[in-house]
Design a protein around this ligand. Structure first.
Ligand code: NDP
Ligand code: 8X3
Length: 248
């Protein structure tokens, strides 16, 4: 039985991915700060199929203690899905919160790099795979996307760099780059503004966590000689707009 570590399993894409991978016969370890949600998910799926580890991904000591305490059956990872992440704020750079910027960099970049580095030797040994959650924001800038887009561009380029470094190891690496997915993402970004979240997704027929979870599972179960480098997805309702021009 293959084992996946999926970060950020307490909501949205990560939670849907935990369900999809367990349904497909994988053993899953998932993480998040909200322990009660992890406990409920594990109770629902069964402790022989899923394990939940409650820690903040920015806290390396807590992360390592939690991983070290896993039952032996759950310690040999074949797949790492770096999903935990967030956007905070939509203010233009000149008035944005530096604290929010640092939180995004610490979570989306530093914690992702640190966990990846920790698991890489074992993933090489098992010819495993890494799937990173980047975003369309990595490629297409938008106003107020400043540091969030920057973190996701890092994730995309880091994924491609890993591919180079892992040449000959059999380890596969994929950057998944979704557009609009209705999850708690906008609630988090707006610090709990349900109205703003409903307004963004309302009538847009956005992608769902399940849509992305099914894509993650498809990527993970491709034949071992095949690597998806990057994969960009959008709801049909979302597309591109033009450049802006500031005039005197
Ligand atoms: P959600 O807010 O629904 O889920 C985010 C998950 O990340 C939660 O499980 C949360 O757990 C976890 N997380 C966030 N910060 C931390 C932290 N410091 N420590 C531990 N866990 C953390 O959002 P999504 O499911 O939409 O987002 C998942 C990923 O997909 C993110 O990386 C996001 O950037 C990316 N993405 C999302 C898109 C969208 O439109 N929704 C589009 C493109 C990419 P908890 O709060 O319990 O700690
Ligand atoms: C989330 C998608 O367009 O809100 O990564 O940045 S977007």
């Amino acid at each position: 039985m293959r084992t996946a570590l999926i970060t950020g399993g307490t909501s949205g894409i990560g939670e849907a991915a935990v369900r999809a991978f367990v349904a497909a016969g994988w053993r899953v370890v998932t993480t998040g700060r909200r322990k009660e949600r992890l406990d409920a998910l594990v109770a629902e799926l069964g402790a022989d199929k899923a394990q939940g580890l409650a820690f903040d991904v920015r806290d390396e000591a807590a992360r390592d203690a939690a991983l070290d305490a896993l039952p032996a059956d759950f310690r040999q990872f074949d797949l790492l899905i770096n999903n935990a992440g967030l956007a905070l704020g939509t203010a233009p750079a000149q008035s944005a919160s530096l604290d929010q910027w640092k939180t995004m960099i610490d979570t989306n970049v530093t914690a992702l790099v640190s966990l990846t580095r920790k698991l890489l030797p074992a993933l090489v040994e098992r010819k495993g795979a890494i799937i990173n959650l980047s975003s369309v924001a990595a490629t297409y800038p938008y106003t107020g996307g400043n540091v969030y887009g920057g973190t996701k561009a890092f994730v995309r380029q880091f994924s491609l760099g890993l591919r180079s470094d892992l040449s000959g190891t059999g380890v596969r690496v994929t950057s998944i780059e979704p557009g609009m997915v209705e999850t708690e993402f906008t609630l988090v970004r707006t610090e709990g503004n349900q109205e703003a979240s409903d307004k963004l997704y309302g009538g847009a027929n956005p992608m769902t966590g399940e849509d992305i979870a099914n894509t993650l599972l498809w990527v993970a179960e491709l034949p071992p000689h095949l690597n998806i480098n990057t994969l960009e997805l959008m709801p049909v309702s979302q597309s591109f707009a033009g450049f802006q021009v500031a005039r005197n």
